[in-house]
Design a protein around this ligand. Sequence first.
Ligand code: AKB
Length: 342
Amino acid sequence: MLLYSKKSSYFADSKDIKTLLIRKMKNILVIGATGQIGSELTMELRERYGNEHVVAGYIVGAEPKGELKESGPSAIADVTNVEMIASVVKQYRIDTIYNLAALLSVVAESKPRLAWKIGIDGLWNILEVARENHCAVFTPSSIGSFGENTPHNLTPQDTIQRPRTMYGVTKVTTELLSDYYHNKYGVDTRAVRFPGIISNVTPPGGGTTDYAVDIFYYAVRGEKFVCPIKAGTLMDMMYMPDALNAAIMLMEADPTKLIHRNAFNIASMSFAPETIYEAIRKYEPTFEMTYDVDPLKQRIANSWPDKMDDSCARAEWGWKPTYDLDSMTKDMLEKLRIKLNK
Ligand code: AKB
């Protein structure tokens, strides 16, 4: 394989070896394209790879709308239906799948069987289709893949992963199954462990970190926010543009540099409720917050890292976030004021 051989004489003469080693995605399927991450990832991929090369996969009842619908192809792609996934992959000659189908942590606790069906039975279907059709696969893991006995401060890349939530169980299984398909069948599986993602476009639903999105809507509407997470509870968070960049950078990365695959710790900021509250008050000085702690959310939050060590992602594929708490807060408030007409 000339393109990936560092020893080839072709590269010896090349001025920009790094650029040539970048993995190219030609036709991409985003499964869960109407969800929190999927809706923005699909648009970002269309911007970078061309509208017609990125298929928005959705399930009945969650159809794409507006720009997402108008700007490129879309197809029903239910992860629980292996024939359906195979047929979409063949029809659009897909070489890369972003598999974002999952239930978030809180809702997965109330529907554990469904969380497994979508997260793991669904992943098995995707990996089988990928194996037969030579696709690369990105299936995100999460800070939820860690548990109470994981070191919480600067959580290492390789460490104890014994979560007690169904979300965590599916995320650890996702990592293991993705590595299994890579090691056994050579499927190009790659993933990151996402922190709580903060965005002003599609709201999350049923997660433990959702408070860090909701708080901005309350601040912009001029309403008091009641926080379900206790003061002092640290969790990793990330602004959506950095999360999208991580997912795309990793799938474009030179495979010869990847020591790890499923899944990389990535981090950009870690904060507790009172810290984000103060960051917002810098721009909205009259904003008020009180606490009414949700026991389930608090139990889940307590079991997650305070802050992850992302040095492997930085070393192996050049991960580097752009936003910190202040620059994210400023941008979120500006965008939401426009969105909510405030
Ligand atoms: C959740 O809170 O469930 C998600 C996550 C951190 O994976 N946002």
